[in-house]
Design a protein around this ligand. Structure first.
Ligand SMILES: [Zn+2]
Length: 170
């Protein structure tokens, strides 16, 4: 099975795929070449807000899916994008819960793919995420562990993640 198909399968399996959101996110995605170091720096999900603090738009920069590393990155950024999509035109404050769900779904992918060892997954995380030691990541990983496989509704999960920030913030 090719990597793009694995990506789609994962989204469908975990109810992250709905036609409308998928089409919208695809239309707001820029594909970069992962082997080009300069382009790699652009990887991320960027959003804009209006004067009332409502999310108005976003853009996702991800590498083309060609292997396990780029697949992990795509899952991560797709989850960021899907959360933003769910809050489009709403007032939404992004806080320290920001990395919890992207990290949680990455972990789920690692668990479900038998050919990916836990060690390889950790190594992958370290290599692909520059902000690994930020508060958002440290808290995000703890929240991810607490929420993993508990629910399958992204918006509900995100609200739970927001609540859990208080528990892990120091
Ligand atoms: Zn992230």
């Amino acid at each position: 099975m090719n990597y793009y198909k694995q990506f789609l399968d994962f989204l469908q399996r975990h109810k992250l795929y709905e036609r409308d959101s998928f089409v919208f996110i695809s239309n707001h995605t820029v594909n970069i070449n992962y082997n080009n170091q300069e382009e790699r720096d652009f990887i991320g999900c960027y959003y804009s807000k209006d004067e009332e603090d409502k999310i108005t738009n976003f853009k996702v920069w991800v590498p083309e899916i060609i292997d396990t590393t780029t697949l992990f990155i795509n899952i991560h950024e797709y989850v960021h994008a899907l959360i933003l999509y769910k809050y489009l035109n709403e007032k939404y404050e992004i806080g320290l819960e920001k990395e919890a769900l992207p990290l949680m779904y990455e972990k789920m992918y690692a668990i479900e793919e038998e050919n990916i060892s836990a060690k390889a997954y950790e190594k992958n995380l370290k290599e692909t995420i520059n902000e690994i030691n930020t508060e958002e990541y440290i808290i995000g990983k703890k929240i991810a562990e607490e929420l993993i496989y508990k629910h399958d509704d992204v918006k509900l999960l995100n609200e739970k993640a927001k609540e859990l920030v208080r528990k892990y913030k120091y």
